[in-house]
Structure formats: structure tokens, C-alpha cells
Ligand binder design. Structure first.
Ligand SMILES: [Zn+2]
Ligand SMILES: [Zn+2]
Ligand SMILES: [Zn+2]
Length: 364
């Protein structure tokens, strides 16, 4: 690896550092998630993705037809579509689909052997989650059974458990705050509903602590702070090499009119190296999914020197361009820290105003 995780200090904890020079646009590293799962409504609405790696299972043409609602569209350059439907496989036990036999085998050996036989009870948990968490989705409780089953199926359970526990480093009060942020107003009732459905759907061996009410809350909080969004799309992959930009804009307009901004297969994953990267409002790297599956790549936004800390942005573009006050509020509420990045320090004397755009949802 050309990057390393290093301890900074007690307030910042660890950080990610470059071990060599990187030029702008180069890839710092790539990693697969420890676990990942598609969002529940995203799957429900027909966004077809591999149950293990989220690779699209639709061709670009099928994708465009579904997202525009226009079944007669024929896309030129079918050779630019990267979906290979001939390798798709299906679990004979529960019917979930995979992009190929390799993904099916990996899923089975990592967690699916345990979860496949619990399909019925897990469906109840998924249904309860959907009633609580509407789009735009930011997490999925179904990540938790995958975490637990990964520990149960591991030959080194202690080590696997510790890899997950390394993501959690907060107090019980913080966990409750984060679970509240994730689930909203009636969170106490919702947590106990989800918790009892989870307890009913999982074997308890080796994970009884994580299945306690506190353990469950800390897993939800872990997902809230460390869960990284994953997005794949057969259409955006096709678009990259298509010369007719007018055609592309027209198709995007049609999709926007039909489904709004929900274009991608979306889910959430836990990534060990990426999770060590701290936030900056002036990030020097960004996350991309250039293989169109859950393998994450970190790309340099500018030249980075050996020894320099690698920082990403935890908030979206829109928040990043808002006032210091707005950025700090979001980071404090969702990630429990005060940002002291160069941009925030430079703007430290700015008045505490909230940007106009997020005035509407700023009262709490
Ligand atoms: Zn796959
Ligand atoms: Zn199955
Ligand atoms: Zn900042």
C-alpha cells in the first residue's frame, strides 16, 4: 500500500497519510468493503444490482428504458455497455442474484450460508426498516445481519470481531445521539422494534454481545458514522465513451423527468482504510467507483506529497460550498467533531450565519 494509517493525537485519533508522491487524478489506493448492502428502497424500486458487489445486472439500454419509462428506446453503441448478463447467477435457496459465480461463492462463504436460511425473518426486518427509513436513503439495517454473519462464519472470529469493533470508538451517549439522527423522532420505539426483529432472525452464537440492545445501538451508530455510500450505474458507464453528447443530455433530461435524481444502484459499505481518512472542507482526495462495483478507489484531487495527510469530504458538494457555520453544524451532528481544517480556520472570524439554502431545515 502507498498509504498508511497513523496516529495523530487524542483529539483527531488516526489519519491516513501518503507514503509517496501522487500526481493530481492518480489513484491512491483501492479496496473492497468488509461488508456492503444495497439500500432497501433502491432494491424495491427495481434497481438491479449484484447482491454481493452491487455491480449492475441491467444493460445500459434496459437501465435507460426503466429510468425514462420509455420502453422503445434503442441505445446505439451496445458494445460500450459493460454489463455481462450471461454470467449472472442466482442463489437456489432464496433467489438473490449475483453478477457471477465468483461473487455468489464469496457471499456464501462470508455470510450468505447463515443468512440464506433466515430469508423469511430477515424480510420482516427489511420491511420494518423500509417503514422507518424512506428515500433519500443513508443507511440500511440489513448491513447488520451481514456483519454478524461474517463474524459467525469466519474461521478467526476474534480477529474478525475486532476488525468491526475498530470502527466503533464512541461512548454510549454518542451512540444514542447517532441512532436518533438516523431514525428520527420516534427512534426509541423504532430501535426496539428493529432490535427484536434482528434478534429473532439471527443465530446468537459468538455475537450475543452485539445482539444486546446496546450492541445493536452501537452497530447502528457505526453505520451512521462509518458507512460509506456506494453507487453503480450501467448507464453512466456507457455514457463515458459515447461521442454524441446531445443524445446523452436528452436521455438525462428524460430520466430526470421520470425518476428525478435517483439514477444509480445505491448502497452502503464499511471500508477499513478509507474510514481512517479524516474530513477536510478543502479535501485533497475523493472517492470514486470506477469499476462499477463496490470496490472503492481514492483519487487525488491535486498533487499530494509523501508524508502529507490524505483528507476527503464527509459532506456533499452543496454543504461543502456553504458557510463555515453550516458545514460545522452538519459535521458536529453527524460525525461528532469540530472541523479545524485550513478553510474553517481561515473563516473562523466569519459571523455564525447559516447558508440560505439550508435555512429551511436548520431549526432543531
Ligand atoms: Zn458481484
Ligand atoms: Zn440464498
Ligand atoms: Zn472545515
Amino acid at each position: 500500500m502507498d498509504v498508511e494509517v497513523r496516529y495523530i493525537d487524542d483529539s483527531k485519533g488516526n489519519g491516513l497519510f501518503a507514503k509517496k508522491n501522487f500526481s493530481e487524478d492518480s489513484i491512491l489506493f483501492e479496496e473492497s468493503p468488509l461488508v456492503c448492502v444495497q439500500f432497501s428502497w433502491n432494491a424495491e424500486y427495481g434497481y438491479k444490482a449484484c447482491d454481493h458487489c452491487l455491480k449492475p445486472l441491467e444493460t445500459a439500454e434496459e437501465n435507460v428504458r426503466r429510468l425514462t419509462g420509455k420502453t422503445e428506446i434503442v441505445l446505439p453503441y451496445p458494445e460500450l455497455c459493460t454489463t455481462n448478463k450471461s454470467t449472472i447467477t442466482q442463489c437456489s435457496g432464496c433467489g438473490v442474484e449475483y453478477c457471477n459465480a465468483d461473487c455468489q461463492e464469496k457471499a456464501f462463504n462470508q455470510y450468505h450460508r447463515t443468512l440464506c436460511v433466515q430469508t423469511g425473518p430477515l424480510q420482516c426486518l427489511n420491511d420494518a426498516w423500509k417503514q422507518i427509513h424512506y428515500p433519500p436513503e443513508t443507511g440500511n439495517v440489513m448491513l447488520i445481519p451481514r456483519i454478524l454473519a461474517t463474524i459467525q462464519q469466519s474461521c478467526d472470529k476474534e480477529n474478525t470481531l475486532n476488525r468491526f469493533l475498530k470502527f466503533c470508538h464512541r461512548s454510549v451517549n454518542d451512540d444514542s445521539h447517532l441512532a436518533h439522527k438516523l431514525l428520527g423522532e420516534k427512534f426509541a420505539n423504532q430501535i426496539s422494534t428493529l432490535h427484536s426483529l434482528l434478534v429473532q432472525s439471527m443465530p446468537h452464537e459468538h455475537v450475543s454481545q452485539l445482539l444486546s440492545p446496546e450492541g445493536f445501538q452501537s452497530l447502528l451508530a457505526l453505520m451512521g458514522t462509518n458507512g460509506q455510500g456506494v453507487a453503480t450505474s450501467p448507464f453512466s458507464q456507457w455514457v463515458e465513451n459515447v461521442p454524441e453528447k446531445d443524445l446523452v443530455s436528452k436521455l438525462y433530461e428524460d430520466m430526470d423527468a421520470n425518476v428525478g435524481s435517483f439514477l444509480d444502484n445505491e448502497g452502503v459499505g464499511l471500508f477499513e482504510t478509507q474510514s481512517a481518512a479524516n474530513h477536510s472542507c478543502l479535501p485533497n482526495a475523493e472517492i470514486v467507483y470506477r469499476h462499477n462495483n463496490s470496490t472503492l478507489s481514492l483519487r487525488a484531487l491535486r498533487d499530494i506529497e509523501a508524508g502529507e495527510e490524505i483528507c476527503i469530504s464527509y459532506v456533499d458538494e452543496c454543504t461543502l460550498s456553504s458557510s463555515r457555520h453550516s458545514r460545522q453544524k452538519e459535521l458536529r451532528e453527524n460525525y461528532l467533531f469540530n472541523c479545524n481544517c485550513p478553510k474553517c480556520l481561515e473563516q473562523a472570524d466569519d459571523p455564525d450565519v447559516t447558508s440560505d439554502e439550508d435555512m429551511s431545515d436548520s431549526d432543531e
